[in-house]
Design a protein around this ligand. Structure first.
Ligand code: C2E
Ligand code: CA
Ligand code: CA
Length: 551
């Protein structure tokens, strides 16, 4: 295929070029594929002409319009089409038409030739349906694949036509596709989508139904076939190089659902394939996954939690647990508030099970707002007791920032209960500190003691430490988990991170301390505070009050 970038043409150059091409081709014209019209280019003027599909004797916009593709991908496109036993050869080249100094129109130069088709061509090439309005309603203009409506109808028809064949639904998605649009351009994004559509087509057997459902979400429906996974893997590996020239690896992942219940709505079949795909969304080493019953149960479980949330909150099923932070003399210095869901049957659910689910549903902000208020009430109730000096740390989810002005909410709580600000510490994960730095700054500027949580859990960047004025650094337990091979290096890193944090004026808390050995090492490395099962797991408020009554 000839590949060329868009040509830049003034109106005069365009007119001259058309004159030249008209000597070689039956039809040479410039079209605006977005409006689907020819452009009449005269001296210093450019006007909308007749609909471009009129040339086929058609009164509808073309499906799989290659001029649209050429413009949206900056690449030349070609196709052959059989209409009324005439064989059309069409070439579309992208053009930036400089109408005047301030106006550029993205258009396409079309070169079209036609002749009587031979009997062999008539047999080989399917006749283009002129009445293609229905085709268009069911297809995606950019890639020529089915759109969601067309796909659903075609799948249903295929299931009816082949009652004895087993089918598989595959959901395909590009990871971080928005980055291509953000970093490059929509045009580049469109180009990638067209290439991906092309590679999917190549890897599928004839007869497979392929759709671009929306954005970067594709689906394939085909007879169940043991080569599927191998073909999929080939496609995923090759896709990595789609935009190789720009050095951006394109990661694609897929979910597979073997259609067991043929009467399910097609949307649900896609949902199930999606469910499998989402399981591996954040794992770059796995390209595809199968839908299983267990996945479905997990999804149901999640949905039940989301549905139960409002009642559970109203019925006081969320409880504060406290985990102590001890100083170097193992005296109680502060505590972290960790929420537990205690259901009416007495079962205790850990936050690891429900926080991600509420983060996804957006309910996390309501839960956190509740936990923060309960914490402030607890601190207030401790005034005048042995715990009057004790500070409590609350957790802030990165998703809270989407729904709440966290700084303002915390400030209002402090004011409502007339509490000294230093009593309420705010734990924010390192990743949120980086992505929401402005809002974290607001919390610090409001006067709160901010702790960087889970430092070292993800891909830590030392820039976090340079840019954020947090008072405390909480080392994630990952730092303390060494294997025999990583022991020496691990310890060197712990020592130096502690040293660096302290030199930058921060207090250091080590989380997840489980052994005497870890404790001794942390104390030697000059760590300020320790938190972990070695001293106490998170416990209910009453148990905590009893355990540390004299401290
Ligand atoms: P996190 O903030 O990193 O909290 C520390 C977690 O480590 C707690 O798990 C705690 O029980 C556990 N842990 C403490 N010491 C040890 C130890 O020595 N060994 C091991 N293996 N684990 C230890 P938990 O309570 O299950 O909470 C899990 C996560 O859920 C928390 O991680 C936090 O990110 C989130 N979370 C808990 N409560 C809340 C909340 O009220 N709001 C929000 N947004 N997130 C919360
Ligand atoms: Ca925490
Ligand atoms: Ca943590």
């Amino acid at each position: 295929m000839v590949i060329m970038e868009a040509m830049d043409l003034t109106l005069q150059q365009a007119a001259d070029l058309l004159d030249a091409y008209r000597k070689e081709h039956k039809l040479a014209r410039i079209v605006d594929p977005d409006e689907c019209r020819e452009l009449d280019i005269g001296e210093g003027s450019c006007q909308y002409g007749r609909p471009c599909h009129a040339v086929w004797g058609s009164n509808h916009r073309c499906s799989n319009c290659i001029s649209y593709q050429a413009c949206h991908t900056d690449k030349e496109r070609r196709k052959q089409e059989l209409r009324n036993r005439q064989l059309f050869e069409i070439t579309s080249r992208p053009v930036n038409l400089h109408v005047d100094a301030a106006t550029t129109l993205v258009a396409s130069l079309e070169l079209i030739d036609w002749r009587e088709a031979t009997p062999a061509e008539v047999a080989d090439i399917p006749e283009k349906d002129n009445d293609n309005a229905d085709f268009l309603n069911q297809h995606d203009t950019l890639t020529g694949l089915f759109n969601k409506e067309g796909f659903s109808r075609a799948v249903r028809a295929e299931l009816a036509a082949q009652p004895d064949t087993d089918f598989t639904m595959v959901s395909i998605n590009l990871r971080k596709f928005h980055m291509i649009n953000d970093l490059y351009s929509m045009k580049k994004g469109d180009e990638v989508l067209v290439s991906v559509a092309e590679s999917i087509r190549q890897k599928c057997h004839t007869g497979a139904l392929i759709a671009r459902l929306f954005g970067d979400h594709f689906a394939v429906f085909e007879p169940t076939d043991e080569t599927l996974e191998a073909r999929l893997q080939e496609f995923l590996d090759e896709a990595l190089f789609v935009i190789e020239e720009d050095d951006i690896p394109l990661h694609i992942h897929a979910g597979i659902y073997a259609v067991v219940d043929r009467n399910l709505p097609v949307a649900i079949m896609i949902d199930r394939a999606d469910m499998a795909r989402k399981e591996i969304e954040n794992d770059y080493n796995i390209g595809s996954a199968h839908y299983t019953k267990k996945l479905w149960e997990t999804a149901i479980n999640k949905q039940e939690m989301v549905n139960r949330f409002t009642d559970a909150l109203a019925q006081d099923e969320f409880h504060l647990y406290l985990q102590p932070q001890l100083d170097r003399k193992e005296k109680l210095a502060a505590a972290e508030v960790l929420v537990r869901w205690i259901k009416s049957d007495g079962s205790i659910v850990s936050p690891g099970a429900f926080i991600p689910c509420f983060e996804e549903s957006g309910q996390i902000a309501q839960l956190d707002r509740f936990v923060w208020e309960k914490t402030v009430q607890l601190l207030k109730s401790w005034e005048g007791t042995a715990f009057s000096d004790l500070a409590l740390s609350i957790n802030v989810s990165p998703k809270d920032f989407l729904y709440l002005d966290v700084a303002k909410t915390l400030q209002e709580l402090i004011e409502k209960y007339d509490l000294p600000m230093e009593k309420l510490r705010v734990e924010i994960t390192e990743s949120a500190v980086v992505s929401q730095s402005k809002m974290v700054d607001d919390i610090i500027d409001a006067g709160f003691h901010v702790e960087i949580d889970d430092f070292g859990k993800g891909y830590s960047s030392l820039n976090t430490l340079r840019n954020i004025r947090a008072k405390t650094l909480k080392l994630d337990m990952f730092f303390l988990r060494f294997s025999d091979e990583t022991k020496t290096r691990g310890r060197v890193i712990v020592d130096h991170v502690i040293h660096m944090g302290k030199t930058l004026g921060m207090q250091i808390v080590a989380e997840g301390v489980e052994t005497e050995f870890q404790k001794d090492h942390l104390l030697k490395a000059d760590c300020d505070y320790l938190q972990g099962f070695l001293f106490s797991p998170p416990i209910p408020v009453e148990a905590f009050a009893k355990k540390y009554a004299v401290h």
